[in-house]
Design a protein around this ligand. Structure first.
Ligand code: IPD
Ligand code: CA
Ligand code: CA
Length: 266
């Protein structure tokens, strides 16, 4: 496969869905509630339809995992992992922090990652072993090696269970050890902001494959490190993830591996 032209295909695809999202942005939103806090919009579903039908037309045998649809599988070595709208709550409230996130894996290894933020026309992308970019500019993680000088980002699970409460305890602890912790509401962009050095680290519980696959590659290709909370390989499932500039990774791990937080590990 020619990953360079596949990257162009993926960027075009993310941008065409970005156009759909922008056509509804700020108005015309038909909101269905998956739960009282987990929202899905008409734009979300149209964006997904566009992505799935374009992939199916061009690569009829590839597998597709997309948030709002059933898995499409013919046991192909190629798998597309799609979040047609990441940051739905922001989008619904006209906050411009949302994206279209698309990854392509070959034999479970991510080869291409694209995260497109249409509100700012910012396209983050990476090809395995070829670096990471913000539009045409190469990006890299920050140089900071001290937690006390760091700005972190995180997210909280929708479901208000035991893990939800613990994640606020963790937030509090990191807040006292760093320059701050932000909650932006679009995991794919959290990875990219670590990749471009705005944040030094990102951690979250209970994400999903479509939240993490593209951003994970972009972050690693920008010189960052990703893992789970036990310092094993970033899980495809999206559970208990860390992405950092590499230099503060062990300091983040030291906090998250404390016994008091282990009970919430999946
Ligand atoms: C959500 C966002 C958010 C994260 C949630 C995700 P969605 O994705 O990425 O930052 O904290 O866990 O579900 O629902 O907007 O696609
Ligand atoms: Ca998402
Ligand atoms: Ca989504």
């Amino acid at each position: 496969m020619d990953y360079n032209s596949l990257k162009d295909f993926t960027i075009d695809l993310a941008k065409s869905s970005g156009k759909i999202l922008m056509s509804y942005y700020g108005s015309n939103l038909k909101i269905d509630k998956k739960s009282s806090v987990d929202l899905v919009t008409k734009a979300d579903l149209e964006s997904e339809k566009n992505i799935i039908s374009t992939i199916k037309t061009n690569f009829p045998n590839h597998d597709i995992i997309s948030e709002e649809s059933d898995i499409i599988s013919s046991k192909s070595n190629y798998k597309w992992i799609v979040d047609p709208l990441d940051g739905t709550t922001n989008y619904v409230h006209s906050l411009p922090i949302f994206s279209v996130s698309i990854a392509l894996q070959y034999k479970n290894d991510t080869k291409i990652g694209v995260v497109y933020n249409p509100a700012y026309n910012k396209c983050f992308w990476a090809i395995k072993d070829m670096g990471a970019y913000d539009n045409n500019t190469k990006i890299s993680v920050s140089n900071n090696d001290q937690l006390i000088n760091s700005l972190l980002v995180t997210g909280f699970p929708y479901k208000q269970d035991k893990a939800w409460h613990k994640s606020f305890d963790i937030f509090k602890e990191f807040y006292s050890l760093t320059q701050g912790v932000r909650r932006l509401g679009a995991a794919s962009l959290d990875f990219c902001f670590v990749a471009m050095g705005r944040f030094d680290g990102f951690y979250e519980l209970n994400l999903k494959p479509w939240d993490v696959c593209a951003g994970d590659l972009i972050c690693r290709e920008a010189g960052g490190k990703t893992s789970n909370w036990n310092n094993n390989k970033m899980p495809f499932s999206g559970s208990n993830i860390i992405a950092s500039n590499k230099k503060i990774h062990s300091s983040i791990l030291k906090i998250l591996t404390q016994k008091k937080y282990q009970t919430i590990l999946n």
